[in-house]
Design a protein around this ligand. Structure first.
Ligand SMILES: Cc1cc2nc3c(=O)[nH]c(=O)nc-3n(C[C@H](O)[C@H](O)[C@H](O)COP(=O)(O)OP(=O)(O)OC[C@H]3O[C@@H](n4cnc5c(N)ncnc54)[C@H](O)[C@@H]3O)c2cc1C
Ligand code: SF4
Ligand code: SF4
Ligand code: SF4
Length: 473
Protein backbone atom coordinates (compact mmCIF):
# COMPACT_ATOMS: atom_id res chain seq x y z
CA UNK A 1 0.00 0.00 0.00
CA UNK A 2 1.45 3.36 -1.05
CA UNK A 3 1.78 6.03 1.67
CA UNK A 4 0.09 8.57 -0.59
CA UNK A 5 -3.12 6.62 -0.23
CA UNK A 6 -3.10 6.82 3.56
CA UNK A 7 -5.24 9.89 4.02
CA UNK A 8 -7.63 8.81 1.28
CA UNK A 9 -7.92 5.44 2.96
CA UNK A 10 -8.62 6.91 6.38
CA UNK A 11 -11.33 9.06 4.84
CA UNK A 12 -12.85 5.98 3.26
CA UNK A 13 -12.53 4.12 6.54
CA UNK A 14 -14.50 6.85 8.29
CA UNK A 15 -17.13 6.48 5.57
CA UNK A 16 -17.26 2.71 5.99
CA UNK A 17 -17.97 3.12 9.68
CA UNK A 18 -20.66 5.63 8.95
CA UNK A 19 -22.17 3.51 6.21
CA UNK A 20 -22.14 0.33 8.31
CA UNK A 21 -24.55 1.86 10.79
CA UNK A 22 -26.95 2.57 7.90
CA UNK A 23 -26.37 -0.75 6.19
CA UNK A 24 -27.01 -2.50 9.47
CA UNK A 25 -30.60 -1.32 9.42
CA UNK A 26 -31.31 -2.28 5.82
CA UNK A 27 -28.95 -5.18 5.11
CA UNK A 28 -27.79 -7.40 8.00
CA UNK A 29 -25.58 -9.58 5.74
CA UNK A 30 -23.59 -6.63 4.44
CA UNK A 31 -23.36 -5.22 7.97
CA UNK A 32 -21.82 -8.47 9.22
CA UNK A 33 -19.21 -8.34 6.42
CA UNK A 34 -18.35 -4.76 7.29
CA UNK A 35 -18.05 -5.65 10.97
CA UNK A 36 -15.68 -8.50 10.12
CA UNK A 37 -13.57 -6.14 8.03
CA UNK A 38 -13.35 -3.66 10.91
CA UNK A 39 -12.33 -6.40 13.34
CA UNK A 40 -9.60 -7.57 10.92
CA UNK A 41 -8.29 -4.01 10.72
CA UNK A 42 -8.35 -3.56 14.47
CA UNK A 43 -6.47 -6.82 15.03
CA UNK A 44 -3.85 -5.81 12.44
CA UNK A 45 -3.27 -2.59 14.37
CA UNK A 46 -3.32 -4.18 17.82
CA UNK A 47 -0.55 -6.64 16.81
CA UNK A 48 1.78 -3.68 16.27
CA UNK A 49 0.80 -1.65 19.33
CA UNK A 50 3.61 -0.60 21.65
CA UNK A 51 3.27 0.44 25.27
CA UNK A 52 2.94 4.22 25.56
CA UNK A 53 4.73 6.01 28.34
CA UNK A 54 3.37 9.15 29.92
CA UNK A 55 5.57 12.03 31.08
CA UNK A 56 5.20 13.98 34.32
CA UNK A 57 6.08 17.56 35.22
CA UNK A 58 5.85 19.37 38.53
CA UNK A 59 3.62 22.45 38.60
CA UNK A 60 5.00 25.67 40.07
CA UNK A 61 2.17 26.88 42.31
CA UNK A 62 2.63 30.62 41.77
CA UNK A 63 0.40 32.52 39.32
CA UNK A 64 1.43 35.60 37.37
CA UNK A 65 -1.49 38.03 37.05
CA UNK A 66 -0.87 40.69 34.41
CA UNK A 67 -2.83 43.89 35.10
CA UNK A 68 -3.82 45.38 38.46
CA UNK A 69 -7.35 46.63 37.73
CA UNK A 70 -10.52 45.28 39.33
CA UNK A 71 -10.05 41.99 37.47
CA UNK A 72 -6.39 41.46 38.36
CA UNK A 73 -6.92 42.41 42.01
CA UNK A 74 -9.87 40.01 42.25
CA UNK A 75 -7.72 37.24 40.73
CA UNK A 76 -4.89 37.89 43.15
CA UNK A 77 -7.11 37.94 46.21
CA UNK A 78 -9.09 34.87 45.20
CA UNK A 79 -5.91 32.85 44.57
CA UNK A 80 -4.24 34.05 47.77
CA UNK A 81 -7.32 33.24 49.84
CA UNK A 82 -7.10 29.69 48.47
CA UNK A 83 -3.46 29.50 49.58
CA UNK A 84 -1.65 30.14 46.29
CA UNK A 85 1.13 32.69 45.81
CA UNK A 86 0.60 35.43 43.22
CA UNK A 87 2.78 37.99 41.47
CA UNK A 88 0.54 40.86 40.37
CA UNK A 89 2.25 43.05 37.78
CA UNK A 90 0.84 46.49 37.03
CA UNK A 91 2.32 48.87 34.51
CA UNK A 92 1.22 52.11 36.22
CA UNK A 93 2.16 53.34 39.69
CA UNK A 94 -1.09 52.22 41.35
CA UNK A 95 -3.72 49.48 41.42
CA UNK A 96 -7.35 50.01 40.43
CA UNK A 97 -7.44 50.59 36.66
CA UNK A 98 -10.63 51.98 35.12
CA UNK A 99 -12.69 51.37 38.23
CA UNK A 100 -10.88 54.29 39.92
CA UNK A 101 -12.76 56.55 37.46
CA UNK A 102 -16.13 55.30 38.71
CA UNK A 103 -17.96 56.94 41.63
CA UNK A 104 -21.21 54.97 41.99
CA UNK A 105 -22.91 51.93 40.50
CA UNK A 106 -26.35 51.66 38.97
CA UNK A 107 -27.63 50.41 42.33
CA UNK A 108 -25.99 53.39 44.08
CA UNK A 109 -23.08 51.44 45.63
CA UNK A 110 -19.94 53.36 46.63
CA UNK A 111 -17.35 52.18 44.06
CA UNK A 112 -14.33 54.12 45.45
CA UNK A 113 -14.88 52.49 48.88
CA UNK A 114 -15.18 49.05 47.26
CA UNK A 115 -11.99 49.51 45.22
CA UNK A 116 -10.07 50.94 48.19
CA UNK A 117 -10.97 47.86 50.27
CA UNK A 118 -10.02 45.48 47.44
CA UNK A 119 -6.72 47.31 46.98
CA UNK A 120 -5.88 47.25 50.69
CA UNK A 121 -6.78 43.51 50.96
CA UNK A 122 -4.48 42.77 48.02
CA UNK A 123 -1.60 44.93 49.25
CA UNK A 124 -1.79 43.46 52.75
CA UNK A 125 -2.03 39.82 51.73
CA UNK A 126 1.33 38.13 52.40
CA UNK A 127 0.82 35.74 49.46
CA UNK A 128 0.51 38.57 46.91
CA UNK A 129 3.63 40.30 45.54
CA UNK A 130 2.54 43.52 43.85
CA UNK A 131 5.02 44.78 41.26
CA UNK A 132 4.15 48.32 40.10
CA UNK A 133 5.59 50.31 37.19
CA UNK A 134 6.51 47.09 35.42
CA UNK A 135 5.63 45.20 32.28
CA UNK A 136 6.20 41.75 30.86
CA UNK A 137 9.33 41.75 28.69
CA UNK A 138 9.91 38.09 27.96
CA UNK A 139 8.15 34.78 28.57
CA UNK A 140 9.79 31.36 28.45
CA UNK A 141 8.58 27.91 29.46
CA UNK A 142 5.11 26.46 29.36
CA UNK A 143 2.15 25.18 31.38
CA UNK A 144 3.18 24.60 34.98
CA UNK A 145 6.68 26.05 34.52
CA UNK A 146 6.88 29.56 33.09
CA UNK A 147 9.81 31.92 33.56
CA UNK A 148 8.83 35.53 32.91
CA UNK A 149 11.05 38.60 32.91
CA UNK A 150 9.40 41.80 34.15
CA UNK A 151 10.99 45.07 33.08
CA UNK A 152 10.51 47.90 35.59
CA UNK A 153 10.36 51.56 34.61
CA UNK A 154 13.57 52.23 36.59
CA UNK A 155 15.43 49.89 34.22
CA UNK A 156 15.72 46.94 36.64
CA UNK A 157 14.53 43.43 35.76
CA UNK A 158 12.73 40.84 37.83
CA UNK A 159 12.48 37.15 36.98
CA UNK A 160 9.32 35.34 38.11
CA UNK A 161 8.84 31.57 38.00
CA UNK A 162 5.19 30.56 37.90
CA UNK A 163 2.86 27.79 36.81
CA UNK A 164 -0.12 29.75 35.45
CA UNK A 165 -0.85 33.13 33.88
CA UNK A 166 -3.98 35.29 34.04
CA UNK A 167 -4.21 38.12 31.53
CA UNK A 168 -6.24 40.98 33.05
CA UNK A 169 -4.80 43.97 31.22
CA UNK A 170 -8.14 45.72 30.67
CA UNK A 171 -8.94 48.12 27.86
CA UNK A 172 -9.06 51.83 27.05
CA UNK A 173 -11.98 54.23 26.65
CA UNK A 174 -12.39 55.50 23.08
CA UNK A 175 -11.38 59.14 22.78
CA UNK A 176 -14.36 60.90 21.07
CA UNK A 177 -13.51 62.66 17.82
CA UNK A 178 -16.97 64.13 17.11
CA UNK A 179 -19.57 66.50 18.56
CA UNK A 180 -17.07 69.28 19.52
CA UNK A 181 -15.39 67.07 22.12
CA UNK A 182 -12.11 68.69 23.15
CA UNK A 183 -12.98 72.10 21.71
CA UNK A 184 -16.09 73.02 23.74
CA UNK A 185 -16.07 72.75 27.57
CA UNK A 186 -19.76 71.77 27.66
CA UNK A 187 -18.97 68.50 25.86
CA UNK A 188 -17.67 65.80 28.20
CA UNK A 189 -17.65 61.99 28.46
CA UNK A 190 -20.07 59.98 30.63
CA UNK A 191 -17.17 59.14 32.99
CA UNK A 192 -16.39 62.86 33.43
CA UNK A 193 -20.10 63.57 34.02
CA UNK A 194 -20.22 60.81 36.66
CA UNK A 195 -17.23 62.36 38.45
CA UNK A 196 -18.75 65.84 38.24
CA UNK A 197 -22.13 64.69 39.59
CA UNK A 198 -20.50 62.83 42.48
CA UNK A 199 -17.96 65.51 43.39
CA UNK A 200 -19.68 68.83 42.55
CA UNK A 201 -23.28 68.05 41.60
CA UNK A 202 -25.01 69.60 38.58
CA UNK A 203 -23.33 73.01 39.02
CA UNK A 204 -26.51 74.84 38.00
CA UNK A 205 -26.99 72.89 34.75
CA UNK A 206 -30.68 72.60 33.82
CA UNK A 207 -30.51 70.63 30.57
CA UNK A 208 -28.23 67.66 29.94
CA UNK A 209 -28.17 65.93 26.56
CA UNK A 210 -26.45 62.57 26.14
CA UNK A 211 -25.38 60.95 22.87
CA UNK A 212 -24.92 57.16 22.88
CA UNK A 213 -22.81 54.92 20.64
CA UNK A 214 -19.97 57.42 20.29
CA UNK A 215 -17.17 55.52 18.56
CA UNK A 216 -18.85 52.10 18.88
CA UNK A 217 -20.93 50.36 16.20
CA UNK A 218 -19.05 52.23 13.48
CA UNK A 219 -17.37 50.56 10.49
CA UNK A 220 -13.93 50.73 12.24
CA UNK A 221 -15.30 49.50 15.60
CA UNK A 222 -18.40 47.48 14.71
CA UNK A 223 -18.94 45.94 18.15
CA UNK A 224 -21.23 47.22 20.93
CA UNK A 225 -19.34 48.52 23.97
CA UNK A 226 -22.02 47.04 26.21
CA UNK A 227 -21.63 49.31 29.25
CA UNK A 228 -22.43 52.72 27.77
CA UNK A 229 -26.25 52.55 27.53
CA UNK A 230 -26.36 51.59 31.20
CA UNK A 231 -23.76 54.25 32.05
CA UNK A 232 -25.96 56.92 30.41
CA UNK A 233 -29.06 55.73 32.30
CA UNK A 234 -27.10 55.54 35.56
CA UNK A 235 -26.05 59.19 35.15
CA UNK A 236 -29.52 60.26 33.99
CA UNK A 237 -31.05 58.77 37.17
CA UNK A 238 -28.39 60.51 39.26
CA UNK A 239 -29.29 63.86 37.65
CA UNK A 240 -32.97 63.27 38.39
CA UNK A 241 -32.04 62.40 41.99
CA UNK A 242 -30.04 65.65 42.34
CA UNK A 243 -32.65 67.82 40.61
CA UNK A 244 -35.97 66.20 39.59
CA UNK A 245 -36.77 69.25 37.42
CA UNK A 246 -33.59 69.00 35.33
CA UNK A 247 -34.14 68.06 31.67
CA UNK A 248 -32.33 64.94 30.51
CA UNK A 249 -32.48 63.84 26.89
CA UNK A 250 -30.75 60.65 25.72
CA UNK A 251 -30.10 60.35 21.97
CA UNK A 252 -29.65 56.64 21.22
CA UNK A 253 -29.45 54.16 18.36
CA UNK A 254 -30.68 51.15 20.39
CA UNK A 255 -31.03 50.85 24.16
CA UNK A 256 -29.04 47.86 25.37
CA UNK A 257 -29.74 47.77 29.08
CA UNK A 258 -29.68 43.98 29.01
CA UNK A 259 -31.00 41.68 31.73
CA UNK A 260 -32.42 43.26 34.88
CA UNK A 261 -30.87 46.62 33.93
CA UNK A 262 -33.98 47.08 31.80
CA UNK A 263 -35.78 48.05 35.04
CA UNK A 264 -33.56 51.13 35.31
CA UNK A 265 -34.46 52.12 31.73
CA UNK A 266 -38.14 51.93 32.71
CA UNK A 267 -37.43 53.91 35.87
CA UNK A 268 -35.60 56.61 33.88
CA UNK A 269 -38.60 56.99 31.55
CA UNK A 270 -40.95 57.11 34.52
CA UNK A 271 -38.87 59.91 36.02
CA UNK A 272 -39.15 61.98 32.84
CA UNK A 273 -35.89 61.22 31.01
CA UNK A 274 -36.62 61.72 27.29
CA UNK A 275 -35.30 59.17 24.80
CA UNK A 276 -34.94 60.13 21.12
CA UNK A 277 -33.69 57.62 18.58
CA UNK A 278 -31.25 58.65 15.86
CA UNK A 279 -29.87 56.65 12.99
CA UNK A 280 -26.21 56.08 12.08
CA UNK A 281 -26.71 57.87 8.72
CA UNK A 282 -28.30 60.88 10.36
CA UNK A 283 -26.26 61.63 13.45
CA UNK A 284 -27.04 64.56 15.77
CA UNK A 285 -25.43 67.89 14.84
CA UNK A 286 -23.76 69.89 17.60
CA UNK A 287 -22.86 73.59 17.37
CA UNK A 288 -21.32 75.83 20.04
CA UNK A 289 -23.63 78.33 21.71
CA UNK A 290 -21.57 80.43 24.18
CA UNK A 291 -20.88 78.21 27.19
CA UNK A 292 -23.61 75.85 26.00
CA UNK A 293 -24.14 73.75 22.86
CA UNK A 294 -27.14 73.37 20.57
CA UNK A 295 -27.88 69.81 19.55
CA UNK A 296 -30.09 69.10 16.53
CA UNK A 297 -31.49 65.62 16.05
CA UNK A 298 -34.11 64.30 13.63
CA UNK A 299 -36.82 62.48 15.54
CA UNK A 300 -37.55 59.20 13.75
CA UNK A 301 -41.29 59.31 14.60
CA UNK A 302 -41.99 62.99 13.85
CA UNK A 303 -39.48 63.03 10.96
CA UNK A 304 -38.72 66.56 12.15
CA UNK A 305 -35.46 68.09 13.36
CA UNK A 306 -35.52 68.95 17.08
CA UNK A 307 -33.17 71.56 18.55
CA UNK A 308 -32.07 71.35 22.19
CA UNK A 309 -29.89 73.90 24.01
CA UNK A 310 -27.80 71.92 26.45
CA UNK A 311 -25.69 73.05 29.42
CA UNK A 312 -23.87 69.73 29.30
CA UNK A 313 -23.49 67.30 26.41
CA UNK A 314 -22.30 63.88 27.69
CA UNK A 315 -20.90 61.42 25.17
CA UNK A 316 -21.19 57.68 25.82
CA UNK A 317 -17.80 56.80 24.40
CA UNK A 318 -17.03 53.12 23.94
CA UNK A 319 -14.26 50.74 24.94
CA UNK A 320 -11.33 49.69 22.76
CA UNK A 321 -8.38 47.28 23.11
CA UNK A 322 -5.16 48.72 24.50
CA UNK A 323 -2.43 49.46 21.96
CA UNK A 324 -0.01 46.94 23.53
CA UNK A 325 -2.51 44.04 23.38
CA UNK A 326 -0.92 42.68 20.20
CA UNK A 327 2.55 42.65 21.77
CA UNK A 328 1.26 40.80 24.82
CA UNK A 329 -0.57 38.28 22.63
CA UNK A 330 2.72 37.50 20.87
CA UNK A 331 4.67 37.19 24.13
CA UNK A 332 2.20 34.68 25.57
CA UNK A 333 1.32 33.18 22.15
CA UNK A 334 -2.41 33.68 22.70
CA UNK A 335 -4.91 34.81 20.05
CA UNK A 336 -6.94 38.01 19.65
CA UNK A 337 -10.42 38.23 18.15
CA UNK A 338 -11.36 40.32 15.10
CA UNK A 339 -11.98 43.36 17.33
CA UNK A 340 -8.51 43.11 18.93
CA UNK A 341 -9.55 41.75 22.36
CA UNK A 342 -8.11 38.50 23.75
CA UNK A 343 -9.96 35.42 22.47
CA UNK A 344 -11.19 32.68 24.79
CA UNK A 345 -10.87 28.98 23.86
CA UNK A 346 -14.63 28.47 23.59
CA UNK A 347 -17.33 31.04 24.31
CA UNK A 348 -19.53 28.57 26.21
CA UNK A 349 -17.35 25.59 27.19
CA UNK A 350 -14.08 27.35 28.14
CA UNK A 351 -15.00 31.02 28.52
CA UNK A 352 -12.04 32.09 30.71
CA UNK A 353 -9.35 29.79 29.25
CA UNK A 354 -7.07 30.34 26.32
CA UNK A 355 -6.74 27.34 23.98
CA UNK A 356 -3.32 26.53 25.45
CA UNK A 357 -3.56 25.19 29.02
CA UNK A 358 -2.21 27.27 31.91
CA UNK A 359 -3.29 30.63 30.45
CA UNK A 360 -6.52 32.34 31.49
CA UNK A 361 -8.20 35.70 30.80
CA UNK A 362 -10.77 38.02 32.32
CA UNK A 363 -12.13 41.55 32.49
CA UNK A 364 -12.03 44.20 29.79
CA UNK A 365 -9.00 42.52 28.18
CA UNK A 366 -11.50 39.90 26.98
CA UNK A 367 -14.09 42.45 25.78
CA UNK A 368 -16.42 45.18 27.06
CA UNK A 369 -18.24 44.32 30.28
CA UNK A 370 -19.38 46.08 33.43
CA UNK A 371 -17.68 45.92 36.81
CA UNK A 372 -19.80 43.16 38.30
CA UNK A 373 -19.31 40.99 35.20
CA UNK A 374 -15.56 41.68 35.38
CA UNK A 375 -15.43 40.54 39.00
CA UNK A 376 -17.49 37.41 38.34
CA UNK A 377 -15.26 36.52 35.39
CA UNK A 378 -12.09 37.19 37.40
CA UNK A 379 -13.25 34.79 40.11
CA UNK A 380 -13.97 32.19 37.42
CA UNK A 381 -10.47 32.63 35.94
CA UNK A 382 -8.89 32.15 39.37
CA UNK A 383 -10.86 28.97 39.93
CA UNK A 384 -9.71 27.65 36.56
CA UNK A 385 -6.09 28.41 37.52
CA UNK A 386 -6.61 26.58 40.82
CA UNK A 387 -7.78 23.45 38.99
CA UNK A 388 -4.30 23.37 37.46
CA UNK A 389 -2.27 24.49 40.49
CA UNK A 390 -3.99 22.08 42.86
CA UNK A 391 -2.75 19.09 40.84
CA UNK A 392 0.84 19.55 41.98
CA UNK A 393 2.12 17.62 38.98
CA UNK A 394 0.81 16.98 35.49
CA UNK A 395 0.76 13.81 33.45
CA UNK A 396 0.85 13.86 29.66
CA UNK A 397 -1.62 11.94 27.51
CA UNK A 398 -0.30 8.64 26.21
CA UNK A 399 -1.05 9.35 22.57
CA UNK A 400 1.25 12.35 22.10
CA UNK A 401 3.24 13.28 19.03
CA UNK A 402 6.85 12.08 18.93
CA UNK A 403 9.76 13.24 16.84
CA UNK A 404 12.34 11.30 14.87
CA UNK A 405 15.17 13.82 15.14
CA UNK A 406 17.11 12.21 12.25
CA UNK A 407 14.27 12.92 9.83
CA UNK A 408 13.38 16.42 11.09
CA UNK A 409 14.48 19.18 8.69
CA UNK A 410 13.62 21.97 11.12
CA UNK A 411 11.15 23.59 8.70
CA UNK A 412 8.84 24.63 11.58
CA UNK A 413 5.59 23.70 9.78
CA UNK A 414 4.51 21.58 12.75
CA UNK A 415 5.06 24.55 15.10
CA UNK A 416 2.50 26.63 13.21
CA UNK A 417 0.16 23.62 12.88
CA UNK A 418 -0.08 23.05 16.64
CA UNK A 419 -2.87 25.07 18.28
CA UNK A 420 -1.71 24.10 21.79
CA UNK A 421 1.84 25.47 21.75
CA UNK A 422 3.14 21.92 22.12
CA UNK A 423 5.67 22.10 19.26
CA UNK A 424 8.67 24.34 19.81
CA UNK A 425 11.57 25.08 17.55
CA UNK A 426 14.83 24.37 19.37
CA UNK A 427 17.50 26.80 18.12
CA UNK A 428 20.32 24.67 19.45
CA UNK A 429 19.43 21.42 17.66
CA UNK A 430 17.53 23.01 14.77
CA UNK A 431 14.64 20.57 15.36
CA UNK A 432 11.01 21.04 16.42
CA UNK A 433 10.60 19.32 19.77
CA UNK A 434 7.36 18.05 21.34
CA UNK A 435 6.33 19.30 24.80
CA UNK A 436 4.54 16.17 25.84
CA UNK A 437 2.46 17.62 28.67
CA UNK A 438 1.01 20.23 26.35
CA UNK A 439 0.27 17.79 23.51
CA UNK A 440 -3.44 16.99 23.14
CA UNK A 441 -2.84 14.19 20.63
CA UNK A 442 -4.80 15.92 17.87
CA UNK A 443 -2.42 14.72 15.15
CA UNK A 444 -2.34 18.04 13.26
CA UNK A 445 1.47 18.22 13.30
CA UNK A 446 1.72 14.61 12.12
CA UNK A 447 -0.41 15.40 9.09
CA UNK A 448 1.47 18.66 8.44
CA UNK A 449 5.04 17.32 8.62
CA UNK A 450 6.36 16.99 5.05
CA UNK A 451 9.32 14.83 6.13
CA UNK A 452 7.49 12.09 7.99
CA UNK A 453 9.54 13.06 11.05
CA UNK A 454 6.55 13.23 13.40
CA UNK A 455 4.38 10.33 14.38
CA UNK A 456 1.68 9.96 16.96
CA UNK A 457 2.00 7.27 19.61
CA UNK A 458 -0.74 4.69 19.18
CA UNK A 459 -1.35 5.83 15.57
CA UNK A 460 2.00 5.12 13.97
CA UNK A 461 2.45 4.77 10.26
CA UNK A 462 3.12 1.01 10.37
CA UNK A 463 -0.04 0.46 12.41
CA UNK A 464 -2.20 2.46 10.00
CA UNK A 465 -0.64 0.79 6.95
CA UNK A 466 -1.27 -2.65 8.53
CA UNK A 467 -4.94 -1.70 8.98
CA UNK A 468 -5.16 -0.72 5.34
CA UNK A 469 -3.51 -3.92 4.18
CA UNK A 470 -5.89 -5.94 6.36
CA UNK A 471 -8.87 -4.21 4.80
CA UNK A 472 -7.72 -4.50 1.21
CA UNK A 473 -5.68 -7.69 1.28
C1 LIG B 1 -15.42 54.36 29.44
C2 LIG B 1 -15.83 53.28 30.38
C3 LIG B 1 -16.99 53.41 31.13
C4 LIG B 1 -17.39 52.40 32.00
N1 LIG B 1 -18.53 52.55 32.72
C5 LIG B 1 -18.92 51.59 33.59
C6 LIG B 1 -20.08 51.74 34.40
O1 LIG B 1 -20.72 52.76 34.38
N2 LIG B 1 -20.43 50.72 35.21
C7 LIG B 1 -19.73 49.57 35.29
O2 LIG B 1 -20.10 48.66 36.05
N3 LIG B 1 -18.62 49.39 34.53
C8 LIG B 1 -18.20 50.38 33.70
N4 LIG B 1 -17.08 50.21 32.95
C9 LIG B 1 -16.41 48.93 33.00
C10 LIG B 1 -15.51 48.75 34.22
O3 LIG B 1 -14.70 49.89 34.34
C11 LIG B 1 -14.68 47.51 33.99
O4 LIG B 1 -15.49 46.35 33.88
C12 LIG B 1 -13.63 47.20 35.03
O5 LIG B 1 -13.16 48.32 35.69
C13 LIG B 1 -12.51 46.50 34.26
O6 LIG B 1 -11.48 46.09 35.06
P1 LIG B 1 -10.21 45.37 34.40
O7 LIG B 1 -9.32 45.04 35.55
O8 LIG B 1 -10.63 44.29 33.50
O9 LIG B 1 -9.52 46.45 33.45
P2 LIG B 1 -8.82 47.83 33.80
O10 LIG B 1 -9.57 48.57 34.80
O11 LIG B 1 -8.56 48.47 32.48
O12 LIG B 1 -7.43 47.39 34.47
C14 LIG B 1 -6.38 46.83 33.75
C15 LIG B 1 -5.09 47.15 34.46
O13 LIG B 1 -4.03 46.50 33.76
C16 LIG B 1 -2.94 47.41 33.61
N5 LIG B 1 -2.19 47.00 32.42
C17 LIG B 1 -2.54 47.14 31.13
N6 LIG B 1 -1.62 46.59 30.32
C18 LIG B 1 -0.66 46.08 31.14
C19 LIG B 1 0.57 45.39 30.91
N7 LIG B 1 0.97 45.10 29.67
N8 LIG B 1 1.32 45.04 31.96
C20 LIG B 1 0.91 45.34 33.24
N9 LIG B 1 -0.25 45.98 33.53
C21 LIG B 1 -1.02 46.34 32.48
C22 LIG B 1 -3.59 48.77 33.48
O14 LIG B 1 -2.71 49.80 33.82
C23 LIG B 1 -4.76 48.65 34.45
O15 LIG B 1 -4.42 49.04 35.76
C24 LIG B 1 -16.63 51.23 32.10
C25 LIG B 1 -15.45 51.09 31.37
C26 LIG B 1 -15.04 52.11 30.53
C27 LIG B 1 -13.76 51.96 29.76
S1 SF4 C 1 -24.09 49.77 24.98
FE1 SF4 C 1 -25.54 51.18 24.02
S2 SF4 C 1 -24.35 53.06 23.71
FE2 SF4 C 1 -22.88 51.44 24.07
S3 SF4 C 1 -22.31 50.75 22.01
FE3 SF4 C 1 -23.94 49.40 22.77
S4 SF4 C 1 -25.83 50.30 21.98
FE4 SF4 C 1 -24.23 51.88 21.82
S1 SF4 D 1 7.24 19.75 10.22
FE1 SF4 D 1 8.44 17.87 10.43
S2 SF4 D 1 10.38 18.35 9.47
FE2 SF4 D 1 9.38 20.30 9.84
S3 SF4 D 1 10.16 20.94 11.86
FE3 SF4 D 1 8.28 19.80 12.23
S4 SF4 D 1 8.92 17.68 12.60
FE4 SF4 D 1 10.65 18.75 11.66
S1 SF4 E 1 -0.48 16.16 18.12
FE1 SF4 E 1 -1.64 18.07 18.09
S2 SF4 E 1 -1.35 18.91 20.16
FE2 SF4 E 1 0.21 17.33 19.90
S3 SF4 E 1 2.00 18.45 19.20
FE3 SF4 E 1 0.92 17.73 17.36
S4 SF4 E 1 -0.43 19.42 16.76
FE4 SF4 E 1 0.25 19.80 18.89
Amino acid sequence: MKEAGLNMYLYEHANIREQSSWVHRDNPVEATEKAKELVKMAVAKVRLLKPVQTAFIDVNQRTLVVGGGAAGMTNALSLAEQGYAVTLVEKTDGLGGRATEMRYSLKGEDIPAFIAKLKSDVENNPLVDVVLNAQVEDVAGYLGNYRTILAKDDGSKLEVEHGAVIIATGADPMEPTEYLYGSNGAVITQSALEQQLADKGLGGAKTVVMINCVGSREPEKPYCSRVCCTHAIKNALKIKELDPDANVVILYRDIRTYGFKEEYYTEARRKGVIFIRYSADEKPIVVGNGSKVTVTVTDHVLKQPIKIDADILALANGIQPRPDTEKLSQLFKVPLNADGFFLEAHMKLRPVDFAADGLYLCGLAHGPKNLSETIAQANAASIRAVTLLSKGRLESLGITAELDEDLCKGCGICVSACAYGARVYDERSGKALVREVLCQGCGACVAACPSGATQQKGFEKEQLLAMMDAALG
